[in-house]
Every structure is written in C-alpha cells, then in structure tokens.
Design a protein around this ligand. Structure first.
Ligand code: NAP
Ligand code: MG
Length: 505
C-alpha cells in the first residue's frame, strides 16, 4: 500500500499502514522480563500494552513486573556480581562496553524506528539520540581506564583509597529519551563494576528490550536485568529493596522525592535527575533571527518533552517584537504530524494522558489571562485525530507565579516575558523550584558571562541549546536533582571509597 494519498499528503490510513509495516519490522520478539540472562514472564503472568502515540494502536504487550519479579532480578544481579562481574578487569569491562557501542551502531536504524513508534519523537530526533547513545558507551569504555585511586604518604605510614563498586544498583528511567536514558544509566554503572536492575517507563519499554536481545551474548547473564512494569508496582520495590546498594532515578521531581524517602529507610545512596523549567535570557544585542532559531529548538525539540527544555523566555524589550514575530512564524510553520515522515518537525506527545496534562495547563493559563500568540490546541488536521498531538504554543501575559509558569508542562509550550531591568528579570528567571538548565543569547561576552553566573542551574548554554558532551557533567541545582551524569565524575556516584592505611615500620 502506498504511504501517501494521490496528492502526496498523508491520510489516516496511510499513516496507520506505514506504522504497522515498520512495527512488523522492528518490534522485539521478546517482551518479557530480562532476568539472569533469560526472558521470563512476570510471576503473575500479567502483561500491559504499550501504544503507538501516533496512531493509538497497540504495539506490544509487555510483562507487568511486581515486587517478587524485582526480588528475582536483584538476586540474579548479585549472583552475576559475586560469581563473575566483580572479578572482571577494567579492560574486560571496556571490551564489553565497546562491543555494546558497536552493536548499537550496527542497529541504529531499527532502534531509531522503534523509538519513534513507541515514543512519538521524529525519526530524525531518534537518529540523533542513537548517535549520543553510542558515544555514551564509548565514553565510559574509555573512562573505565581512568585510575581513580589515590595515595597519601608520610614517613613510616602510607595510605591509599580504593574505589569499589556498590555491587547491585537500581535504576529507574522516564519515557522521553528511552534508550538514551538507558545508556546514561547502564554505561557508567557497568564501567564502575556494578550489575544493575533497571525499570523502563511503562510508555516506552520496547527499545531497551530490543537492546537486550541484541546484546544478550555480549553481557554475562545477570549483569543487566530489566523489569518492565508500572512505577508503583515495579519501580517502588526497587527503591525499597534492601539489597540494592545504590539508586539512580530520572523522572519527575514528585516521584524523585518519593524514591529518596524510600532510600532513606535503607540508607541507600541516591542520584536524582529531575524536572526543569529553564529560562532563556535574550539580551538587547542579540540577532533576532539567530535568537528565534535557538529558542525554537530549545522549546520544541522532542515535542517539548525534554527535562532541559528552555520553557520560559525572557526577551529584552528592544528586540522583543522582532524575536516574538519570528517565533510565531516559526511555530506556525512547523509541520506537526507523523514522526516517521521526514517532512515532520513535531511528532505527537508520548500519551493521551500527557496531552490532557498539557491541555489542562493551557486551560488554566487561559483562565489566568494568558494571551496565546500561537498554538494552544490540537492540530485541525483530522488525519492526526487518533494521535497525541499538540500544536507548538507561545503564551504571553501570565503572572510569573502562575502554575503554568512555575510547573513543568513538558510539552511544546513556551511562556514569554519581556524585560528592561536586568536584576528584576534575573530575580524572576531564578524564581522557580527547579534549576536544571538555562541559557543566554547575546554576542557580548561580558553579558554572557554575567548571565551564566547568575542563573541558578547545573547546565547553561550560550547561543545554543540541548548540546551535551559526554565529558561535561549534567545535573540539577535546587529541586532538579542530586548528583551528576555524563562525565567521568559519574563513576564516583557508582563507586564507594575504601581507605587503607599501612604501618610501614
Ligand atoms: P515519572 O512519572 O517520575 O516517572 C519516571 C519513572 O519512575 C518511570 O519509570 C515511572 O514508572 C517510575 N515511577 C513512577 N512512580 C514511581 C514510584 N512510586 N516509585 C518508583 N518509581 C516510580 O516521570 P515521567 O513522566 O516518566 O518523565 C518525565 C519527567 O522526567 C519530567 O519531570 C522530566 O523533567 C524528567 N526528566 C529528567 C531528566 C534529567 O536528566 N533531569 C531527564 C529526562 C526526564 P511508570 O512509567 O510506570 O510510571
Ligand atoms: Mg508507547
């Protein structure tokens, strides 16, 4: 069947048939739990469906893990750790991580398609994710060789610090960058010498399951265990488990707090990568056209489902009209549609529930006096009626303390504020509970540096957005998290130190 109608445009049926054809090609054979190197049903035998947010159709039924499945996974992870993984040399672990990177590189195309089906991000965005994922594994394959030991010496006594893995770690991830979040978690955990039990988000379990199929002969049994399921049923038992020695969580601030509370009962170390509501500061000297490009990318990439999205714009009065005019044109010019279609700029949100959440914020913003410069509703295109689409949206005129400004909407929605007094603007820019990221657009180095220092956040972009390097630590200030990922420092979060003192006399 053709993918397009006679005039070249998509129809509901062509979108559906395109998705079914790709699904046939890329959905993994195994959609069970991956525990101890084996594919296993949940103990209860229960499953849940994962949907395609473009068509609303079921992609696959996946095992619904619960506490007893988590117990089995933790046990399998310890067995793998005690019997094999704790004995591996850094070179052996480096070889495993390199082999995983090679394998992902060889299967990038199918993994990207699977990510697009399950999450709704455009294929181009999924392909960019895959490049970063390969880079993650390669980075930690190298970082594993950094000697993180330390020695101290004084006459007659000598001391040294050994960095030892925790053994078994628990990792819980969200749905916005499913396989990228897997790589941010698994690569450093394995590099540092740990085994893991990982729970993907219920909306997007498929790419990690396919990855396990691809690498099951590369990793020893039990080194990576995947328990699919719901947060309260499979995530919570991981966060409460007595034999999990370290927790790494990425997701919302509300759930992150719960994970931290659970970790307190067992005094388990925890790193948290949580939400954001990041400010984009545009100075008066900025080139409006370049600013528009950067801002549109900051908020609309990945359909706004980025924890580091630039979702509050503070634009200087002098350039505000030009920048906002350009942004309205950019938003209205975006192609919203089938993420498998190369012409599409903005795919669907991940789920119906997420659309409703975003629309709820927009409704309350309207009640709060917001002026909608663009968007604010689902697209009129009825071929998209089965999908979870929201138009790129720009709103102005809300009080900064309105919930739509203070809370993370996690959709393609930008709130706009004009400024002429820098200090007043910066007070507002920092007046949120979050502190994940921020950015500044200017060609004046001095202004850039001042704003970089003034924004209370863990990652700041100057004249760009979203770009990350494996070597630069990533993580939040304030309620955006604890700890850092991406850099070699991450190895410290996956190891504990043991000090040894020698009496030489
Ligand atoms: P979420 O609701 O907090 O879920 C994240 C993960 O936690 C999912 O696997 C979820 O399982 C699980 N979970 C839910 N309740 C749990 C509980 N009581 N105990 C243990 N685990 C539980 O977040 P989300 O909606 O998936 O993702 C969006 C959020 O993630 C946004 O706030 C975003 O900013 C944040 N995020 C942050 C970063 C960062 O690096 N800072 C990166 C990406 C995303 P279910 O899927 O089954 O509910
Ligand atoms: Mg899905």
């Amino acid at each position: 069947m053709s993918n397009v109608s006679d005039d070249g445009s998509n129809t509901t049926e062509t979108i559906r048939s395109r998705h079914r054809a790709v699904a046939e090609e890329v959905i993994p054979d195994h959609t069970q739990l991956f525990v101890g190197g084996e594919w296993q049903d949940a103990a209860s035998g229960d499953t849940f469906d994962t949907l395609d947010p473009t068509t609303g159709e079921v992609l696959a039924s996946v095992a619904r893990g619960r506490a007893e499945d988590v117990d089995r996974a933790v046990e399998a992870a310890w067995e793998a750790y005690d019997e094999e993984w704790s004995e591996t040399s850094t070179s052996e672990r480096q070889a495993v991580l390199d082999a995983i990177a090679d394998c992902i590189e060889d299967h990038q195309d199918e993994l990207a398609k699977l990510e697009t089906l399950d999450n709704g991000k455009t294929l181009m965005e999924a392909r960019i994710d895959m490049d970063g994922i390969v880079e993650q594994f390669r980075f930690f394959a190298g970082a594993v060789q950094t000697n993180r030991g330390q020695t101290t010496d004084e006459p007659g006594v000598s001391g040294r610090v050994i960095h030892e893995p925790y053994g078994v770690v628990g990792q819980i991830i969200p749905w916005n960058f499913p396989l990228a979040m897997v790589s941010w978690k698994i690569a450093p955990a394995l590099a540092a010498g740990n085994c893991t039990v990982i729970k993907p988000a219920e909306q997007t379990p498929l790419s990690i399951l396919r990855l396990m199929e691809l690498i099951e002969d590369i990793i020893p049994d039990g080194v990576i265990n995947v328990v699919t399921g719901y947060g309260e049923e499979a995530g919570e038992p991981i966060s409460k488990h007595e034999d999990v020695r370290k927790l790494a969580f990425t997701g919302s601030t509300a759930v992150g707090k719960q994970v931290m509370r659970n970790a307190a009962d067992t005094v388990t170390d925890v790193t948290l990568e949580l939400g954001g509501k990041s400010p984009v500061v545009v100075h008066a000297d900025a080139d409006p056209e370049e600013a528009v490009q950067t801002i549109a990318f900051a908020i609309f990439a990945n359909t706004g489902e980025c924890c580091e999205a630039g979702s509050r714009l503070f634009v200087h009065e002098e350039v505000a009209d030009d920048v906002l005019g350009g942004l309205v044109a950019a938003a209205e010019g975006m192609n919203v549609g089938d993420p498998l279609d190369d012409e599409t700029d903005l795919g669907p949100k991940v789920s119906r529930e997420q659309v409703e959440r975003t629309m709820g914020y927009l409704e309350r913003a309207r009640e709060g006096g917001a002026n909608f410069l663009a968007g604010g509703e689902p697209p009129e295109d009825e071929t998209l009626d089965d999908g979870c689409f929201v138009k790129p949206t720009l709103i102005e005129g809300l009080d900064h303390d309105h919930e739509a400004v203070q809370e993370e909407i996690f959709g393609p929605v930008l709130e706009v504020f004009r400024w002429d007094d820098y200090d007043e603007m910066m007070t507002l820019a920092n007046d949120v509970e979050y502190g994940l990221a921020g950015g500044v657009i200017t060609n004046d180095l001095e202004k850039a540096d001042r704003t970089v220092r003034d924004i209370e956040a863990g990652y700041i972009w100057v004249n760009t957005w979203h770009e990350m390097s494996p070597g630069l630590p990533y993580g939040g200030y304030k309620q955006s998290g604890i700890g850092r990922e991406l850099s070699a420092d991450t190895l410290d979060h996956y190891t504990q130190t043991k000090s040894v003192k020698y009496d030489l006399e």
